[in-house]
Every structure is written in structure tokens, then in C-alpha cells.
Design a binder for this molecule. Structure first.
Ligand code: PBG
Length: 330
């Protein structure tokens, strides 16, 4: 058979017009895919810029309530709360972590009391309350696993008590999901969901976040004995399998863009609600380049969300959430 006098496949045909492109688009981005991380701090009426994350602020509780209302108005289904703690809240026993009146729990209650319909996610790890900035207890330079898990369970229960919908253990200790799930069941919190930071890597992309929560100065050493080595894929899958078997409802891959292969692998293998965290360093890089006029920030922001969806994400934690929502709703 002779070759036809035209390209055998003209894949450009379906790209020819906006209508055809819309018709064949495989993944859609939606405001429903967004979780907006928020930083809460002491005080009232405060919105304090985070230097390494242009456009991101630390909010006092009243302003967190306003942000939760903004999220609901924009159609963003969930927010995630992180505390910026004062030096006095950082101790060796991390007791503030499970105080019913700590910053996070006060913010959760205030949002619930305001009757705002938005899902509230939390972070479970000791780092905002730990004198040395680590996610777990440290003894003689070693991170203690089981003692830390017991503290994390108390922390998670206090968050559930305050009214959180999604608990997000980000600490990477072994056995924390099972222990937390058992405690939630025992205390009657049967409807509280767990999104485990399952494939969480020991990443340099968290730098600006540690600045935002005031942990950069505090951290001694690194987190490599509990967060995953960036070279490892099977280990990330093993963590997701383990967390799901212990009772996680949803799993997360973190960071986001540099780890989209893990998103796809987790989604394909487990077929469960899968999320990624577009972390602080990813946000900062895009913002920095956009500020120089080197990239079109809005277009890049939307393209990253589309990439997360294409890789298999059901949703994304991103500091761009309100801007994305406005761009999508426009
Ligand atoms: C705390 C925690 C971190 C992030 C979320 N929860 C920092 C860390 O593990 O050191 C990072 C989020 C971001 O960089 O945006 N365990």
C-alpha cells in the first residue's frame, strides 16, 4: 500500500477552534477542587504579610472568620488552618498543641459559631508548638515515634472537638492514622474525616511555610528521619497503602508539581480521593517570576491547577485558591 498524500493522522483537527478544544478537553478545573490554607495569629483586626509569600497574610481569628466567609462566597469547599505561634507557646512537652483554646481551635470554633458553610481542615504535627521546630518529640537528638503519636492523638481529638471536618496528620510518624482513627471512634467522632499527608517528602520547598508559621528559626537539623527521601517512589506508595489500611479517607502527595508522578501512581493504584499540596516554595517561585514579569502569573497558576487535575488529583491545597476561584468564576 502506498502512503496517502497527506499526514495519516491530523491531530491538529480537534485543536482548530475554541469550541472543538472545549469539546475534547479531558480534565476540567473547578472551584470545587480547591482547599485554601490559612495562617492564624494572635490579636485582632490583623492581616500581616508573610515576606516570602507575596499576597499571603497571617490573620487574627476575626480575619480568619472573614476569610472563611470569603471562601464560602467564592464556592471554595474547604480551608485549612495553620497556627503562627508565639515563643511562649513553644515548649518541650508541646502541651499547647491539644489545648482546646489554642489558636487553631479558637479559629475553628469562631468559624463554626458564625455558621459558615465551609469544610475546615487542620494540620496535625507538633512543629508549631515544639521548642525545636520538629514534628515530633526529640530526645537525645532522636525523634520519638510512639510518644509523639500519643500527643498527636490528643491534638487531633481537640481539633475534632472544636468542630474540624478534616484532620490532616502531616507529621509522618508511624501508626498515627490508626491511633487517631481508633480515638475518634472511641470518642464518638465517627464523621470526622482524615486526609493523611501520606507521601510527604523531605523537601526544600517548605522554606517559606516555616517562615509563615515562625518555625524557621526554631528548627534544629532536618526532617529526614521521618519525611520521605525525594528519590523514593515505592516508599511513597507504601505510606499511602499503610495510611489507607489504618483508616485514612483521603491521601495527599506533597509537594505538588515536582511530585506529580506520585499523584498519578497513588490514584492509579488505590483509586481513592487523592490530593496534592502546592506548597509554599512552589507558590513563592511562581510569584517571584511573575513579579519580575518573566512569566504570566495568572496563566501559570491556572496551568498548574490543570496539571494537578490531569495527574489525577481530586483536589489541591493551594495558596492561590481565592485567586484561582476568581479566575475560574470570571
Ligand atoms: C508541618 C507542615 C509543613 C507544611 C505543612 N505542614 C512544613 C514541614 O513539614 O516542615 C508545609 C506546607 C508548605 O510548605 O506550604 N508539619
Amino acid at each position: 500500500m502506498t502512503r496517502p498524500p497527506y499526514p495519516a493522522t491530523r491531530l491538529r483537527r480537534t485543536r482548530a477552534t475554541p469550541a472543538l478544544r472545549n469539546l475534547v478537553r479531558e480534565t476540567e478545573v473547578s472551584v470545587n477542587d480547591l482547599i485554601w490554607p490559612l495562617f492564624v495569629r494572635q490579636g485582632e483586626g490583623i492581616e500581616e504579610p508573610v515576606a516570602s509569600m507575596p499576597g499571603v497574610v497571617r490573620r487574627s481569628v476575626d480575619k480568619i472568620v472573614a476569610a472563611a466567609r470569603e471562601a464560602a462566597d467564592l464556592g471554595i469547599p474547604a480551608i485549612c488552618i495553620f497556627p503562627y505561634t508565639e515563643q511562649a507557646d513553644r515548649t518541650e512537652d508541646c502541651a499547647e498543641a491539644w489545648s482546646p483554646d489554642n489558636l487553631s481551635n479558637r479559629a475553628i470554633r469562631a468559624i463554626r459559631d458564625a455558621g459558615i458553610e465551609v469544610a475546615i481542615m487542620t494540620d496535625i504535627a507538633l512543629d508549631p508548638y515544639n521548642i525545636n521546630g520538629h514534628d515530633g518529640y526529640v530526645r537525645d537528638g532522636e525523634i520519638l515515634n510512639d510518644e509523639t503519636v500519643a500527643a498527636l492523638v490528643r491534638m487531633g481529638l481537640a481539633q475534632a472537638e472544636a468542630g474540624a471536618d478534616i484532620l490532616g496528620p502531616s507529621d509522618m510518624m508511624d501508626g498515627r492514622i490508626g491511633a487517631l482513627r481508633a480515638a475518634l471512634e472511641a470518642e464518638g467522632h465517627t464523621k470526622v474525616t482524615i486526609m493523611s499527608y501520606a507521601a510527604k517528602y523531605a523537601s526544600a520547598f517548605y522554606g517559606p511555610f516555616r517562615d509563615a508559621v515562625g518555625a524557621s528559626g526554631a528548627l534544629t537539623g532536618d526532617k529526614k528521619t521521618y519525611q520521605i527521601d525525594p528519590g523514593n517512589r515505592a516508599e511513597g506508595l507504601a505510606c499511602a497503602a499503610r495510611d489507607l489500611s489504618e483508616g485514612a479517607d483521603m491521601v495527599m502527595v506533597k509537594p505538588g508539581l515536582p511530585y506529580l508522578d506520585m499523584v498519578r501512581a497513588v490514584k492509579d493504584r488505590f483509586d481513592v480521593p487523592t490530593f496534592a499540596y502546592q506548597v509554599s516554595g512552589e507558590y513563592a517561585m511562581i510569584e517571584a517570576a511573575a513579579a519580575h514579569g518573566w512569566i504570566d502569573g495568572d496563566k501559570v497558576m491556572l496551568e498548574t491547577l490543570q496539571s494537578f487535575r490531569r495527574a489525577g488529583c481530586d483536589g489541591v491545597l493551594t495558596y492561590f485558591a481565592p485567586r484561582l476561584a476568581r479566575a475560574i468564576n470570571a
